[in-house]
Design a protein around this ligand. Structure first.
Ligand SMILES: [Zn+2]
Length: 522
């Protein structure tokens, strides 16, 4: 489905390109940097700027002193019920869902780590692994925004970048992005841009002194600011059609360390810094004469839940051991995802975990041989059918050969804790509403102004909507066009959105009311 124009780049051409860029890299087969610097005339298609405020919550958009964000909201559509609509509600899965318009079961990115069908641990939480191409190989079975844009206009350039979250930036770009950059800390202690092999930027972007800073002792906001500066510098150099940006500091430190909404002062600081950077980016686009042809999307890859209770992973581990099997691999956040050795013991293991007393567990599911999930019986009251159905909707998004064997969904505000994370004040990862609920703002040509949509927009609906606005095809994506936000939506998209609506309304209604109920418990 993803289009790889491998054959058009011969070995001789690659050598020339590499020499031109003055870099000893670029021999990967998917290198598309040959188009960089070539085209001068702007094309008819709109420009796209998609910014992911990592782990940001919708409430952050209510702070004062963000006039440029506010202006975009006024001339665009705001989705007050937007949610990730996937599990795990984690960074790599969220970014892959945005760019592929597809669920984790389609694009293969379940989270940071999981176990494959042979029980071996797979991780993309390692720059060497991502640089080696694993994340893009996993994604190669799904479409991407970059790939669909190239179908529309083969000379269009797509640039993905951000801060140090290589796994986020690589997922945003995917195999077909022309340039993918991220920040690394160099041996001299400088935090500076680098790139994913096969997606080489012009050398000047890597060497500009103003795009790097010492890594140590930087005030909050420095790394987000550098990400936006890199975006603007890239636009000056490459005039790319599509810019995809990850802003890391809303998640870390603001979310995890400071508890996100628990720290209104830092929320305001990061939002106001972002507003200033957005203004600089808009002015670069205005100077280039393309601002009024630019689609802006501002969203988050997941939410952030302030932590009220922690459950030690050892409690969960012993409950599984008592069933006569062991955990091969586990992720513990506001949901716990476990891969278990002996699949014949799953029902018992799930029942043991569900029976844990002090653990504030909302529900436990185990995997059936066909990949679907079964709710484990719980002593002292069962889950309501509507919450079970909402959970099942989310669980289905990662069902498949590598889906977790056991899923533990904690009460709102409760998280599973693994070593090194016990000081965290905020987390995400599960089906809890505060992890699921995200901001989503779309503005630009063809988008309704001053529109507040109550449609439960999902991460997978973002790329289809951008493609609909740009005149591209989203047929290979699972997400739908957010037709209610378009000025002249195609009738087919209006009816698809309307057909889907009752199911999604029921999902978010159940997640919300369950969250309220659980939050009242002491
Ligand atoms: Zn994230």
């Amino acid at each position: 489905m993803a289009q790889h124009n491998v054959s058009v780049i011969g070995p001789l051409r690659l050598v020339l390109v590499t020499a031109m860029l003055g870099l000893g890299v670029g021999t990967a087969p998917r290198d598309r940097a040959e188009s960089a610097g070539a085209r001068q005339t702007p094309s008819k298609e709109p420009h796209v700027v998609l910014i992911v405020l990592d782990g940001a919550r919708p409430g952050y958009f209510k702070v004062s002193g963000i006039p440029h964000v506010r202006a975009l909201m006024n001339r665009g559509s705001w989705f007050k019920n937007a949610f990730t609509g996937i599990l795990e509600s984690e960074t790599p899965a969220g970014h892959a869902a945005i760019s592929s318009g597809s669920e984790p079961r389609d694009d293969g990115i379940l989270g940071f780590t999981w176990a494959n069908d042979e029980g071996q641990k797979v991780t993309i939480f390692d720059p060497a692994v991502v640089r080696g191409g694993l994340e893009e190989r996993l994604m190669s079975g799904a479409p991407t925004l970059a790939g669909q844009f190239h179908q529309l206009d083969p000379s269009a350039r797509v640039v993905a970048l951000g801060g140090y979250k290589y796994y986020a930036n690589d997922a945003l770009g995917g195999p077909d992005a022309n340039v993918i950059m991220y920040y690394e800390t160099r041996p001299n202690g400088r935090y500076a841009p680098t790139f994913i092999p096969g997606h080489v930027p012009p050398r000047s972007l890597l060497t500009q002194k103003s795009l790097s800073a010492p890594n140590a002792h930087q005030p909050l906001g420095t790394f987000d600011h550098l990400a936006m500066k890199l975006a603007i510098a890239s636009f000056h150099t490459l005039h790319q059609q599509v810019t995809l940006i990850n802003m890391p500091e809303f998640d870390m430190p603001l979310g995890h360390v400071d508890g996100g909404s628990r720290d209104p002062k830092d929320v305001a600081l990061l939002m106001r810094d972002f507003d200033r950077d957005l203004a600089s980016l808009e002015s670069a686009y205005a100077k280039a004469g393309v601002l009024d042809r630019t689609i802006f999307v501002i969203t988050a890859d997941h939410g952030m839940v302030p932590i009220r209770h922690q459950v030690s992973y050892t409690e969960v581990k012993s409950a599984v051991l008592r069933a006569g099997t062991a955990i091969i691999h586990g992720n513990y956040h506001s949901g716990a995802y476990l891969w278990v050795k002996d699949k014949s013991k799953l029902a018992q293991a799930a029942a043991n975990v569900a029976a844990l007393q002090r653990a504030r567990i909302q529900s436990v599911y185990y995997r059936n041989p066909d990949g679907s999930y079964q709710l484990a019986p719980r002593p002292g009251g069962q889950l309501t059918p509507t919450v079970d159905a909402a959970n099942q909707y989310l669980l289905h998004t990662f069902s498949g050969p590598t889906g977790p064997d056991l899923v533990v969904l904690f009460d709102e505000g409760t998280v599973g804790v693994q070593p090194g994370e016990s000081a965290w004040k905020g987390d995400h990862g599960g089906s809890d509403w505060q992890s699921q609920h995200i901001p989503l703002l779309i503005a630009g040509p063809g988008v309704r102004a001053r529109h507040v949509s109550s449609f439960p927009a999902r991460l997978i609906d973002i790329s289809p909507t951008i493609l609909a606005l740009a005149g591209g095809s989203h047929a290979s994506m699972r997400g739908v066009v957010l037709a209610d936000s378009l000025q002249s939506p195609p009738p087919a998209d209006v009816s698809t959105e309307a057909t889907l609506r009752p199911q999604l309304d029921a999902v978010i209604g159940a997640l919300r009311s369950e969250s309220r109920l659980e939050s009242k418990q002491k």
